[in-house]
Write a protein of this length. Structure first.
Length: 257
């Protein structure tokens, strides 16, 4: 059994619920010997159950970084295929018979040590909509792209590559760090690099803003600013991603079932 999965079968496991429609989920947890932490509890959770959509998982990692997560979609907004009923998934979770994936974070740091991180992506976009931004990208100190004129640049993890990266490139990837350019002038819209790539964005012409995942915090870059980006070695264990990203469930959502 995976070391992270061993905690799932321990009586008294401290669990925090986050997301939406949590009252739908609470009764389903009654059969399990867990301790539900209520708002205001000072104790640190050992498992965070994220009930909702992708945003609930992203927000949970921001509020409880590094703590194991269980991602489960709420039925009110996300119809389920027969294999991914909530009760069935909870049974698998607390018997440690569920998949676990380890998600690293992508960090972005300015020259003044302002920092953002995310398990999905870091997006640098034009701050003034009347014109594009010009960027230069370096990998491990060497120039990778001398100048790209675009509306924005998406740096993403493999997990996050099914988001904005895929909407730009019509594809995703399984390992590494991805870079995708939104509406780039040269038509060369993306690159996928090794996981240990040390990246730097130089803003040749801005201004631009930087965001991470669904974090409301925004960093601002002026002309000449540089932003360093790196995939962290630390990774958060997340249970249940195979069900969370089930293609059959996705088709039900997309088709409005």
């Amino acid at each position: 059994m995976d070391q992270s999965a061993k905690l799932l079968t321990r009586p008294g496991l401290k669990v925090k619920l986050v997301g939406r429609n949590l009252d739908d989920l609470r009764p389903l947890l009654t059969p399990y010997p867990v301790k539900l932490l209520e708002p205001g509890d000072a104790e640190t959770p050992e498992l965070v159950i994220c009930h909702g959509g992708d945003g609930s998982l992203l927000g949970a990692e921001r509020d409880f970084p590094g703590i194991p997560k269980f991602a489960i979609r709420d039925r009110r907004n996300n119809p389920k295929c027969p294999q991914h009923d909530e009760q069935l998934l909870l049974q698998k979770l607390f018997s440690a018979k569920i998949d676990v994936h380890y998600l690293p974070k992508l960090t972005a740091t300015t020259e003044t040590d302002e920092c953002l991180d995310g398990i999905n992506d870091i997006v640098v976009s034009r701050e003034v909509h009347l014109g594009a931004i010009r960027t230069r990208i370096r990998e491990n100190g060497r120039i990778l792209r001398h100048q790209v004129i675009s509306d924005g640049v998406v740096f993403c993890t493999a997990f996050g590559s099914t988001g904005y990266f895929q909407s730009i490139t019509r594809g995703n990837f399984q390992r590494g760090v991805g870079i995708a350019f939104s509406n780039s002038m040269d038509g060369d819209s993306f690159t996928v690099l090794p996981e240990d790539a040390a990246l730097e964005l130089e803003l040749l012409r801005g201004p631009a803003c930087v965001v991470a995942d669904n974090n409301p915090r925004i960093l601002h870059l002026a002309d000449g600013a540089r932003l360093k980006l790196l995939l962290t070695r630390q990774a958060t264990p997340v249970f249940g991603l195979e069900a969370f990203r089930c293609q059959d469930c996705y088709l039900l959502r997309r088709n409005g079932v």
